[in-house]
Design a protein around this ligand. Structure first.
Ligand SMILES: C[S@@+](CC[C@H](N)C(=O)[O-])C[C@H]1O[C@@H](n2cnc3c(N)ncnc32)[C@H](O)[C@@H]1O
Length: 205
């Protein structure tokens, strides 16, 4: 491989090789203050991504039970869900080692006691568990095959009546992914449309 290519990390790289340059984000999500440690080599280092914000603002959370944040990055979605409902048990999964480390730090920084992070690909780290809610800001840059797998493999990790919620850019795959949700779950709705993003929602029946 060319030397320059070797040093390039994508946010979905499992083992980022670049030296971590850290940052801190102070922000409000659903009206509450949060603080996130971030670093180079992970998704949206400088600010909480707009799509992430749209998902967090509109996500429907169960009153109790298990929530999965798949592709958690440094943890904004899962940590917000856990902070908003202490009766939930939130599991966050990411393939990127640095993102997993940051998400664990951020659980502590935000004093959240009902969330944990597991490292691995797709649903492998939670293969024996089922969830009442799955949340995803999917890694479009990693390729549509990964995004499609997040949708296609979701139902076997969901309880009946559980919700799958995914934020997508309306212009990048919005229609294709809606159709995939429809064929996978037999139903889908647009929960929110905002700033060029859509939050798609399907129920396991
Ligand atoms: C668009 S980012 C969203 C991160 C975070 N949820 C947020 O909204 O800030 C997608 C995340 O999925 C992770 N990812 C990529 N491929 C994955 C895979 N096969 N299994 C699990 N996570 C993956 C990436 O490392 C990245 O952190």
């Amino acid at each position: 491989m060319h030397k320059k290519e070797e040093s390039q990390d994508h946010y979905f790289t499992a083992h980022p090789k670049s030296r971590a340059e850290f940052g801190i984000i102070h922000t409000h999500l659903r009206g509450r203050p949060f603080k996130f440690l971030t670093a180079s080599g992970v998704f949206s280092k400088k600010r909480v991504d707009l799509g992430t914000r749209v998902l967090i603002a509109s996500m429907l959370l169960p009153e109790e039970g298990m929530v999965l944040d798949i592709g958690c990055g440094y943890g904004a979605v899962g940590i917000t869900a856990a902070a908003f409902n202490p009766d939930l048990r939130v599991i966050m999964v990411d393939v990127n080692k640095r993102a997993v480390w940051l998400a664990r730090q951020n659980i502590e920084i935000n004093n959240v006691s009902n969330a944990e992070v597991r490292r691995g690909r797709l649903y492998e780290p939670i293969k024996d568990l089922t969830f009442n809610c799955i949340l995803s800001n999917p890694p479009i840059s990693a390729g549509m095959e990964t995004v499609k797998a997040i949708i296609a493999e979701a139902p076997r990790h969901m309880t009946n009546k559980a919700f799958f919620q995914m934020v997508v850019r309306s212009k990048i795959g919005g229609k294709r992914l809606s159709m995939l949700l429809e064929s996978t779950f037999g139903n889908f709705n647009v929960l929110t449309r905002k700033s060029g993003y859509r939050v798609l929602i399907s129920e396991k029946q």
